[in-house]
Design a protein around this ligand. Structure first.
Ligand code: ZN
Ligand code: FE
Length: 255
């Protein structure tokens, strides 16, 4: 049985996620931007927090780890290679490692680019991947530490997951991402339709995440660097995909 997944808005534009296994009642949190909103959802649902999964070391993803650990006794999981700059880990993870939450086993995917130690968590039985600031709805994270090549490689791993996978990302940046995406592929009907949907959701104050990997593959310019349509729009027909990705990322940085 898939996890029950709850999206929790935190801080100005962050998202945390609670995963609840209906079979064992075990509950995990992905990222801990702020204890208040997360504690409220746990209390309202009557869930006890057992695990905290950390995607990367940025304060807006880890600031509430210690408070929640103290309050709940949850075990903390994060990337082994970033252990020196993460809260103390109970479980240090490497690519391919299993993350067992209740009756389900997830898998760790290294997704360097935004930071060097950024990881994603894929839970195939729940058809969900937790990507934080790597793959985002209609976007991807800024390259603070890694190279464009590294991020392109990371996004390519995520793009290879089953298309029905839910992409649970870390921020509500989708409206600005949609405006930018339309400058890359202005004539794409799929993108135009999605941009409209995003604007309507935001106007109603609704989150635009999670999204489906299939819609990201169809509309997210950062995943589409290898598509002839995108290459043509940028005049980069013969460039390597990573170079096309780098150009899209460069344009977004100054958009
Ligand atoms: Zn970040
Ligand atoms: Fe972030």
């Amino acid at each position: 049985m898939p996890f029950e997944i709850v999206t929790i808005p935190c801080l100005a534009d962050n998202y945390a996620y609670l995963l609840h296994d209906p079979e064992t009642a075990e509950t995990a949190l992905v990222d801990a931007p702020e204890a208040g909103p997360i504690g409220k959802v746990l209390a309202r649902r009557g869930w006890k927090l057992d695990h905290i999964l950390i995607t990367h070391h940025h304060p807006d993803h880890v600031d509430a780890v210690e408070e929640l650990r103290k309050a709940t006794g949850a075990r903390v999981w994060g990337a082994a290679c970033d252990a020196h700059r993460l809260p103390p880990l109970d479980e240090a993870l490497r690519e391919g490692d299993g993350v067992v939450i209740g009756s389900q086993s997830g898998r760790v995917i290294d997704v360097p680019g935004h930071t060097l130690g950024h990881i994603a968590f894929h839970f195939p039985e729940s058809r969900a991947v937790f990507t934080a600031d790597s793959l985002m709805a209609l976007g991807c994270g800024r390259l603070f530490e890694g190279t464009a090549e590294q991020m392109w490689n990371s996004l390519s791993k995520l793009a290879a997951l089953p298309p029905e996978t839910l992409v649970c990302s870390g921020h509500e940046y989708t409206e600005a991402n949609a405006r930018f995406a339309l400058t890359v592929e202005p004539e794409s009907p799929a993108l135009q339709a999605r941009a409209e949907e995003v604007l309507a959701k935001r106007a109603r104050g609704q989150p635009t995440v999670p999204s489906r990997l299939s819609e990201e593959l169809a509309t997210n310019p950062f995943l589409r660097a290898d598509e002839p349509a995108v290459r043509a729009c940028l005049g980069m027909e013969d460039a390597p995909a990573a170079a096309v990705f780098a150009e899209i990322r460069r344009r977004k940085d100054t958009f």
